[in-house]
Design a binder for this molecule. Structure first.
Ligand code: UT7
Length: 310
């Protein structure tokens, strides 16, 4: 039995901070942020809006989109590094808020690659027959761990949520290959102490190597060529890193999802948020070969090649 994405949803908080707003907070400029990162604005959650609240909005939309009822969800996985509390997990809070059955629920911590870890974990449970349908959410309230005095990081991040229902699909469709990896020696380059800390240059070097490589690897694993990719949804951290992956695949600009301008880097949420928006805008069609690829703190990375449709 092959597992695929059968429903998607997303949510971004109402409040928007533009680059011009950032100029009033730290010594930066709209020009620096746009040319170095591609970011124009980011969404910031309200003080009383928790990670699980954003997860709920995206999850409800994804379940509706899948055509399933909440009773048909057999497991809940939430990728986040900014849970409401260290425990209970956001996944259990979400289970309760959704009114789901008392199914297994847990959080996954793989930073910006978290959603990829979630999707690939879901695939294993479905393909072994242990579960039929699994809700995977990527969600972050990064604004609460952002040091708003550090211009190296505060201009980069935003809040939001994306969700997908993973379920059985017909032969030839769904997740055809995957790659997951981690290199703990790179941990000191991106971590949270009180606030988020990042050695941007080191993470950049890792990302421009790993994201193109993983994208190519998942396509090669299924015996196809780079140019067979119909749509690329990369982690939305920096347009220059995303372009490196697109150029390595040799596909045109219109075949890559670009949302980093609107949302900044939303870590675990970035891939499902971008995917959901593009599916709803009709940019991904039945039978398209889609590559999802992410990298993040850990260091971690993950990618899938999937044939879109049920
Ligand atoms: O999802 C998690 C993964 N994270 C990432 O993917 C981030 C990866 N890294 C990056 O995207 C880039 O390294 C950054 C966007 C963070 C930085 O771009 P860069 O081209 O690597 O710049 P840099 O670190 O080489 O810094 C250039 C200069 C520095 O000044 P000096 O030392 O050359 O005088 C910084 O102090 O830019 C300065 N700078 C800023 N200037 C204006 C750093 N942040 C800002 C800012 N506004 N916000």
């Amino acid at each position: 039995m092959n597992a695929g994405i059968i429903g998607v949803g997303h949510y971004a908080p109402e409040k928007v901070l533009t680059n011009k707003d950032m100029e009033k907070i730290v010594d930066t400029s709209d020009e620096w942020i746009r040319t170095r990162t591609g970011i124009e604005e980011r969404h910031i959650a309200a003080d009383d809006e928790d990670t699980s609240d954003m997860a709920l909005r995206a999850a409800e939309e994804a379940i509706k989109d899948s055509g399933l009822t909440i009773e048909e969800i057999d497991m809940i996985l939430v990728a986040t590094v900014t849970p409401d509390n260290p425990f209970p997990s956001v996944a259990t809070v979400l289970q309760h808020k959704l009114g789901a059955r008392k199914v297994a629920a847990m959080d996954l911590s793989a930073a910006c690659a978290g959603f990829m870890y979630g999707v690939i974990t879901a695939k294993q449970f479905i393909e072994t027959g242990s579960c039929k349908n699994i809700l995977v959410v990527g969600v972050e309230k990064l604004s609460k761990i952002t040091n708003w005095e550090d211009r190296n990081t505060c201009v980069l991040f935003g809040d939001g949520a994306g969700a997908a229902v993973i379920g059985p699909v017909s032969e030839g469709k769904g997740i055809l290959s995957f790659e997951l990896g981690a290199d703990g020696s790179g941990g000191p380059h991106l971590y949270q102490d009180d606030y988020l800390f990042m050695n941007g240059r080191e993470v950049f070097k890792f990302a421009v190597r790993q994201m193109p490589q993983s994208s190519v690897n998942v396509v090669k694993k299924i015996g196809l060529k780079e140019e067979d990719v119909d749509y690329l949804v990369p982690h939305q951290a920096n347009i220059r890193i995303m372009e490196a992956a697109r150029e390595r695949l040799g596909i045109p600009k219109e075949k890559m999802s670009v949302k980093v301008n609107k949302y900044g880097n939303t870590s675990s949420a970035s891939i499902p948020l971008a995917l959901s928006e593009d599916v709803k805008a009709g940019k991904i069609k039945d039978n398209d070969l889609v590559v999802l690829v992410g990298f993040g703190g850990g260091l971690t990375w993950g990618a899938v090649a999937l044939r879109w449709g049920k």
